[in-house]
Design a protein around this ligand. Structure first.
Ligand SMILES: [Zn+2]
Length: 783
């Protein structure tokens, strides 16, 4: 005699195990789909990360910002390498204004004296131009091995591969820009002034904002469908149209901005994990994951060869594609399908709910109630993920100064995922026992929220709509099949629906954590909850909580229901503990501090300044009190608030401002000025008193728009990077006949020789930023 309940139980257990196996396979495949390829030695026409890395080591020996002597050496090296390949590089040596609306331009218009290294790899019968772009300059605080010696070295290795193989049909222009970190000035100089740019073309820009992870294609120009098709045929395409949408919300810019705004089309790629080294002294060649470099190069070389062989005049499209990675391919469909697909997903979920109700598996009331209570994990998990990071910051206050991520965030990311699972399990048990919503109503409700998200994003961020619409559609279809069939077919449908959700959502979760960092872990938790909701039928297979039990049976069911939630919560605590013990600060992974020094030559006083959101122990010996604006005496710093402290005045000369000619006509004066730093500096700035209207301005031979953002007591101003030794020529037309007050400032890098400076102990490092270790000297002139 066989017990029918036992048979059902055994069958159910086998079905559950099989489903878990399918989902685990899908998970591994999804993780694999966004992993960089292993670095390898390629043949003469292939891309070798090892060969490219030799160039990284040659370029990233020390910080080399625009205008520095070190940057001059980098230029010489690049020219000689390109000549060695039989190419004829030219140096575009010019002054340019900033490209794109950068946040660093808060204190005035950005300009730089730049030197772009530009080379054409000529095609046999060119139908258009392909531009390979990376920036040769680093920030002043780090050697820039990843940002962007990786991009430059990749282009050198691609040039080597292209010149070793058969010639392409189309011209490939290598644009190694200068002054990206300062103001995107090199890219702007190229698009505005270089004859090679006048017909536009397709840009492949290579960047890094970290030291590891896949090279993600995260930005395109609009109407990208045809180019996405090309990119999809690269050997390891990793990109999502959702990243394009997210990137537009972030206050970041790259050279690509200058090209895009000038009407170029193209693709922008970067690897972004390991972001603790970003712009920091630790952005060393040794920090680089060679697999990321291989990924950069493999894809860029393949895309260049593909585009290089086409008739570029036919490569046109009039819409944006939706695309996302799946194992072995880049899924993509035209933008015009986004709306219909989102609508179809909603209809499918409604049909699923209708069928379930018709079959007596749920009721309208349960469906409505289920939809309402499913909002609980969607809200709670992201909030708790943010709390999780707040708690970690309480335990380790130095995390507050890390701009994007800690050095080793992996355990914390797993902790966020475990916490999300704990929320989902607890909510699921509660919904069942206390609310008696029933598994079918909850499955429909979970998919319902995915469908709603798909609809909402279709209008607000079409590139992200697939995240809700695709799993909702496949999940609902799978649900309908599961209801219409029995036994194994039903389990297979549930497994297939879950696998699609894993393949669509998991890569985006994985890419989103490094993209936004732990300070915005809630966004990753949000997407993880959506994945969990799509998998509710699987959770039900795993631990069925029979409804309708009473008394002791019910109590034990509640206990059993709580087990997965408690296990996930324990996993969260373990992940946090392991993370805290693994990710300690040491000499190679220092905490990050921010300090600047400013000397006011008007009264020979000096101050320390810091932008740290919460002042750290080392920094507290220099600054204290509440943050305040400093733009009354330091207009180039813009309206940003900083903490300050009194410093000993150093014996440093102020920049000299001289009036070379003064022409009066009517109510205006035309002032020809020379701004000349009296010491080696990285940049010089000049600001005019706020009450004085500037109607025309020419700086370093370049005419600039005299518009100003109102900012404290100072009006029109500029920041000039890499000023020539004989100073910057400035011609201003001002609407006044009286004297005009000016504030001149210059900035160099390094505080170690200043009186009163105490070197950082081991384990305390320098924050990668555009103003860390800045030494500024300012003086007022009335002319
Ligand atoms: Zn960069």
């Amino acid at each position: 005699m066989t017990d029918p309940a036992l048979v059902t139980g055994v069958r159910r257990a086998i079905a559950a195990l099989a489903t878990v196996a399918v989902l685990a396979l899908a998970g591994v495949a999804a993780i694999w789909s966004v992993r960089p390829p292993a670095a390898h030695d390629a043949g003469p026409t292939g891309f070798s990360a090892r060969r490219a890395f030799q160039q990284v080591e040659a370029i990233a020996t020390r910080p080399h910002p625009v205008g520095s002597a070190a940057q001059g050496e980098v230029h010489d090296h690049l020219v000689s390498v390109l000549r060695g390949l039989g190419l004829s590089p030219e140096v575009q040596d010019t002054v340019s204004v900033e490209g794109g609306a950068l946040s660093s331009s808060a204190g005035g218009i950005g300009l730089a004296h730049v030197r772009n290294v530009v080379t054409v790899v000529p095609g046999t019968a060119s139908t258009g131009r392909i531009f390979l772009v990376a920036h040769t300059d680093s920030v002043q605080t780090g050697p820039g091995a990843n940002d962007d010696a990786a991009g430059v070295s990749s282009i050198l290795e691609i040039a080597r591969a292209l010149t070793s193989g058969p010639r392409l049909r189309n011209d490939v222009v290598l644009v190694l820009t200068d002054g990206e970190e300062a103001c995107l000035c090199g890219a702007k100089a190229f698009v505005d002034q270089n004859p090679l740019a006048k017909d536009g073309g397709i840009v492949v820009n290579l960047e890094a904002r970290g030291s590891s992870g896949p090279a993600i294609m995260f930005e395109t120009a609009t109407d990208n469908r045809a180019l996405i098709d090309v990119y999809a045929h690269a050997p390891h395409p990793v990109g999502t149209s959702f990243a394009v949408e997210i990137y537009r919300l972030l206050p970041n810019d790259t050279d690509f901005t200058a090209f895009r705004e000038a009407g170029f089309t193209g693709l922008n790629s970067a690897y972004i994990d390991g972001a603790a080294v970003y712009h920091a002294p630790t952005d060393l060649p040794s920090s680089m994951d060679l697999d990321s470099l291989q990924h950069h190069g493999d894809n860029a070389l393949a895309v260049t060869r593909d585009l290089g062989g086409r008739d570029l005049s036919t490569l046109k499209s009039s819409d944006d594609a939706t695309y996302f990675p799946a194992p072995g391919l880049l899924v993509r469909y035209p933008g015009e399908l986004v709306g219909p697909l989102a609508g179809l997903a909603l209809i499918a979920v409604i049909a699923f709910g209708w069928l379930a109700r018709r079959r007596g598996l749920t009721t309208g009331r349960k469906l409505a109630g289920g939809f309402a209570i499913t909002l609980v994990p969607i809200v709670v998990a992201p909030v708790l993920a943010q709390v999780f990071w707040l708690v970690l910051k309480l335990i380790r206050p130095e995390y507050g100064a890390m701009p994007i991520d800690p050095y080793r965030p992996q355990w914390y990311r797993l902790g966020v995922l475990a916490l999300t699972a704990a929320v989902l399990f607890a909510w699921y048990a509660w919904s069942h026992r206390i609310r008696r919503a029933g598994p079918v109503a909850l499955a429909v409700a979970g998919l319902g929220w995915l469908a709603v998200l798909g609809i909402a994003l279709a209008t607000a961020m079409p590139g992200g709509s697939y995240l809700g619409a695709v799993p909702a559609l496949t999940g609902a279809v799978a649900g309908i099949v599961a209801l219409l069939t029995r036994g194994w077919w039903s389990a297979l449908a549930i497994a297939a629906g879950g696998a699609v959700a894993v393949i669509v959502l998991l890569p985006t979760v994985i890419m989103l954590f490094p993209a936004l960092g732990m300070p915005m872990a809630g966004v990753g938790a949000f997407l993880a909850v959506l994945l969990g909701l799509a998998l509710l039928p699987v959770i039900e297979l795993l631990h069925p909580i029979a409804a309708g039990q009473r008394g002791l049976a019910a109590l034990s069911a509640v206990r059993r229901g709580a087990v997965p939630a408690l296990a996930a919560l324990l996993a969260t605590v373990v992940c946090a503990a392991v993370g805290l013990s693994v990710d300690r600060f040491d000499a190679a992974h220092p905490s990050l501090t921010h300090l600047m020094y400013a000397l006011d030559a008007d009264n020979n006083t000096a101050q320390w300044l810091s932008k740290e959101p919460k002042v750290q122990h080392w920094t507290s010996q220099y600054v204290s009190g509440n943050p305040r604006q400093v733009n009354a005496t330091l207009p180039a710093f813009g309206p940003e608030e900083m903490r300050t402290g009194t410093a000993q005045p150093a014996d440093l000369p102020a920049p000299k401002l001289t009036l070379e000619s003064d022409t009066r006509s009517g109510d205006s004066r035309v002032l020809k000025l020379r701004l000349q730093p009296q010491r080696p500096v990285r940049f010089a700035t000049l600001h005019v008193a706020a009450g004085v209207t500037v109607t025309a301005a020419t700086i370093g031979g370049r005419e600039v728009s005299p518009t100003v953002k109102p900012d404290g007591p100072w009006g029109f101003g500029f920041v000039f990077h890499g000023p020539p030794a004989d100073g910057i020529e400035v011609t201003l037309t001002v609407k006044t006949t009286g004297p005009v007050k000016f504030r001149a400032m210059d900035g160099s890098d390094g505080l170690t020789t200043l009186p009163g400076f105490h070197p950082r102990p081991a384990g305390v490092g320098i924050l990668g930023s555009h103003s860390s270790e800045l030494l500024a000297v300012a003086k007022t002139y009335t002319l």
